[in-house]
Design a protein around this ligand. Structure first.
Ligand SMILES: Cc1cc2nc3c(=O)[nH]c(=O)nc-3n(C[C@H](O)[C@H](O)[C@H](O)COP(=O)(O)OP(=O)(O)OC[C@H]3O[C@@H](n4cnc5c(N)ncnc54)[C@H](O)[C@@H]3O)c2cc1C
Length: 508
């Protein structure tokens, strides 16, 4: 089977990439264009973040601000208003405003429609779109602009360009006999009820959003046994305040490129202070909460959340400033001195993520309630899981605690060796791709082409999304995903047109 472009993964990156391609009229420039989307899961559009699951898994972006279409801000909210007949029966109790943190599964319904809409629009523009429900297991470069994509079912798709938009990757699964007791991902959280007995003790490894989803999912699903969250860094997500959006003037790639020949932590601190002053000057209130840089592990999560919930009733300007760095975080990261980058990854990454990826107050209230009832405990420190005399144990801070089940809620592993993906394994083993020093596939920061073993950038195989987070520091927000998908479409267009031009020269 032949196609111009294969997109591996039918989630947000894919939708946004097709949207960007449509704006380029590439089918007219090349006389034809065909796309093939490969998606291994049952649902197309929602991806790993927004598939149908428990209603307690919330978006961490307000309904009025989130969209998969770059040129349609607020598209999700618009969809909610126009399509109430589609979602109201599944979410009868939900009253939505622009400020609601909606269930991610509801956003997933929007994403399914977005996928259908973009495919319809593509077909209307004369672009053939084929969707195949299968897993890509191998991407082989046969020659320049001939890539074979091999699927698990043995289909071979011959393409000119391939875009890897595979999203979050799972940890390698635990092998029997403990595969029933050690759960390598909390998702789908609705299935945890079948995997964990209601009265069993549960250890959750990890303390970011997926750990919170797992805890709330279990307890709201009727779990009565004790749950312990183990946080390696000892940090926990901060809670979202009530502030609106803010547009940075200093912490932006353009300002930094013009005014900061060398960027280090000190300079970043100065820029933040300038931004803070500007925010204050624009704000109606004289109150400004200082950046609560976490510098030591949380010992008392109850006290932390009580304080956080009180702070979250107010405008948290630092969150608005940090959020706006989404529009250029990769470029700011790229300008940071190499030794500060290393230090950031080793010493500050976890604390920065706890600030940056905050949670809605609604979920923080629930976690606080579970802590107060004594059902939930929080332990700071590196933990390891082992089996002693047939009993599953979690070792942390020199003590060993027996547990009935372990749930890994650690997100996409940074190191490729821990990822459970034949495709990624093949890419690395064949030398088609190499690992970035901060994890994930190494791609060109401008063109998104994979760097291969000999250091060359591939102009036929591209990657966007979570697999490239080592290169771009942070990709886990939809607005960042959309930005990268559009930039990648620019690059794919550039290399397709170049190739087409050189072919026509060769023919003439
Ligand atoms: C649990 C979770 C919650 C999040 N919540 C938010 C939020 O509230 N707000 C926000 O802004 N951002 C959030 N994010 C960030 C999120 O990553 C992006 O918003 C976005 O959904 C990522 O899109 P993607 O297409 O790159 O990846 P995904 O949405 O993960 O899609 C990738 C798709 O590729 C498929 N796939 C993978 N490998 C293969 C293969 N080999 N062959 C075929 N198909 C394959 C997968 O099945 C999946 O459907 C969240 C992320 C996660 C993981």
């Amino acid at each position: 089977m032949n196609t111009n472009i294969v997109i591996v993964g039918g989630g947000a990156s894919c939708i946004s990439f097709i949207d960007a391609l449509l704006k380029k009229n590439l089918q007219e420039k090349l006389n034809e264009l065909s796309l093939t989307v490969l998606e291994k899961s049952k649902e197309i559009g929602p991806g790993n973040a927004y598939f149908s699951d428990l209603k307690s898994n919330l978006l961490n972006t307000k309904a009025g601000y989130i969209t998969v279409f770059k040129d349609h801000p607020g598209d999700f909210y618009h969809w909610l208003e126009c399509n109430e007949y589609k979602w109201k029966s599944d979410f009868p109790e939900l009253e939505i405003t622009r400020d609601t943190y909606a269930p991610r599964a509801l956003f997933g319904m929007y994403m399914k429609d977005a996928f259908s809409a973009i495919c319809t629009e593509a077909r209307r523009s004369g672009i053939q779109v084929k969707v195949i429900r299968d897993e890509a297991v191998k991407v082989e470069q046969i020659k320049k602009d001939q890539i074979n994509v091999v699927t698990q079912n043995g289909t071979v798709i011959v393409a000119e360009k391939v875009v890897l938009a595979c999203g979050t990757q799972q940890q390698s699964a635990v092998l029997p006999p403990y595969s029933h007791d050690i759960i390598h991902s909390p998702y789908p959280t609705r299935e945890l009820k079948q995997k964990v007995l209601a009265e069993e003790s549960v250890a959750i490894i990890g303390a970011r959003l997926s750990a919170i989803d797992a805890t709330i999912g279990l307890i709201e699903g009727g779990h009565t046994g004790p749950i312990t969250i183990y946080s390696r860094s000892g940090y926990f997500p901060f809670v979202r305040g009530i502030q609106g959006r803010y547009k940075n003037a200093y912490l932006t790639p353009d300002y930094i490129a013009e005014h900061c020949p060398a960027l280090d932590f000190y300079k970043l601190g100065d820029l933040y202070q300038q931004e803070r002053e500007r925010y204050r000057a624009q704000s109606e209130s004289s109150y400004f909460e200082e950046l609560p840089l976490p510098n030591q592990p949380i010992r008392d999560l109850e006290a932390f959340l009580e304080k956080e919930l009180a702070m979250a009733k107010q405008d948290r300007g630092w969150q608005a400033i940090l959020y706006d760095t989404n529009s250029g975080i990769d470029q700011i990261w790229d300008r940071l001195r190499a030794d500060d980058q290393e230090r950031f990854m080793k010493e500050f990454f976890s604390s920065a993520m706890s600030l940056r990826v905050s949670i809605p107050a609604e979920n923080a209230e629930k976690i606080l309630g579970y802590l107060r009832s004594g059902q939930l405990k929080f332990v700071a420190g590196a933990s390891s899981v082992k089996v002693e005399d047939g009993q599953l144990m979690v070792q942390c801070n020199d003590s060993s605690t027996p547990t009935g089940k372990v749930i890994y809620a650690t997100g996409s592993p940074k190191s490729l060796s821990q990822i459970d993906s034949p495709l990624v394994r093949n890419l690395i083993e064949s030398g088609t791709s190499v690992e970035n020093k901060f994890g994930g596939l190494d791609v060109c920061k401008h063109d998104y082409g994979l760097f291969c073993k000999d250091g060359q950038m591939n102009t036929s195989i591209f990657a966007i999304g979570e697999l490239t987070s080592g290169r771009f520091l942070f990709t886990s927000a939809l607005d960042i995903i959309v930005r990268h998908a559009h930039a990648c479409a620019d690059s794919v267009e550039k290399f397709m047109i170049e190739h087409d031009y050189s072919l026509s020269l060769a023919k003439s």
